[in-house]
Design a binder for this molecule. Structure first.
Ligand code: URA
Length: 302
């Protein structure tokens, strides 16, 4: 009887997980590799009680991303030792990294080449419509072994022209924020949710963000910072799978696949509303204590 009950519960769970995946929800990964293993075991019908419980927790924690595109695994190159799940349909047939649970930490000396391989995989990307209006693909900037990584929304005009993230006015402010933390820009890693400039600097569409995310996920996996800072709501939404105001997401440490993640205001917003800099500084101080570095007492002036 208990066996039958457990089997039907597992079957129901498996169906639910499949359903979530078809919707484009892959936030099981937010809970780290263990949740992924648990979810996969449930799908394979071999879950232990604790794995099933873990999968239920992960599944119920999963949050739907806005308007995900349907899945297709046809354009994904086979992954050697890694477990894959079906992926989103892409606009083009260009390959993307398989969505996998985090691999073991790469030795520091291998990270630059691993990042270069991701950049090479991106190529002259035509995977979404942002390709049509961009000048340069903005891959990232900074130290491949950084302990702290910032993630913004997407390139603006200056970034599109130079091929580097955060080099315009918002970038100046970000530089000041980094300096106020007692760090140099070269010591952190900076990337965006999308790597091509959206027209008129509009917010990236969900299909654009979802198409670009596997590359950012791989960059984070390679750099493996100790702390991530999501700059603005778009970064928070796509990293954490949550929607909401910045006010509702900041002030606590989130988990992105085992990495402590702080949400704060986007520097462009702070340029429009400098009164919020004090609040952003509190967020950065939280990131600093997560990093174990001492917070200078003064807020950024900028
Ligand atoms: N805003 C962003 O979100 N990213 C950049 O790179 C520049 C401005």
């Amino acid at each position: 009887m208990t066996d039958t009950l457990q089997k039907s519960t597992l079957q129901e769970l498996a169906a639910r997980l499949e359903f979530y995946r078809e919707l484009g929800i892959y936030d099981f990964y937010r809970r780290g590799a263990a949740a992924t293993v648990a979810a996969d075991s449930v799908l394979a019908g071999v879950a232990t009680d604790s794995q099933a419980q873990h999968a239920v927790t992960a599944a119920s924690a999963a949050t739907e991303r806005p308007q995900p595109a349907p899945f297709s695994s046809s354009s994904i190159p086979p992954a050697s030792q890694e477990s894959t799940i079906p992926r989103r349909t892409l606009v083009s047939d260009q390959p993307v990294p398989p969505l996998v649970s985090f691999a073991p930490v790469l030795p520091a000396e291998q990270r630059p080449a691993a990042l270069a391989a991701v950049r090479e995989l991106i190529g002259e990307c035509q995977r979404c419509q942002l390709a049509q209006g961009r000048n340069k693909i903005v891959f990232a900037d900074g130290d491949p072994n950084a302990q702290l990584m910032f993630v913004g929304e997407g390139p603006g005009a200056d970034e599109d022209a130079q091929g580097l993230p955060f080099v315009g006015r918002a970038g100046q402010l970000l530089n000041n924020m980094i300096a106020a933390m007692g760090l140099k820009r070269e010591q952190v890693y900076i990337a965006n949710i999308v790597k091509c400039r959206p027209p008129q600097n509009r917010k990236p569409e969900p299909d654009e963000a979802n198409t670009c995310m596997p590359f950012l996920e791989r960059q984070i996996e390679i750099v493996r910072p100790r702390v991530l800072v999501a700059l603005g709501a778009t970064a928070a939404t796509y990293l954490l799978g949550m929607r909401g105001s910045i006010a509702s997401m900041r002030g606590r440490i989130h988990d992105y696949r085992g990495i402590q993640t702080v949400v704060t205001y986007h520097p462009a917003f702070l340029l429009r509303d400098p009164t919020q800099k004090k609040e952003a500084w509190k967020d950065l101080q939280m990131a600093m204590s997560a990093l174990g570095i001492k917070a200078p007492s003064r807020a950024p002036q900028a």
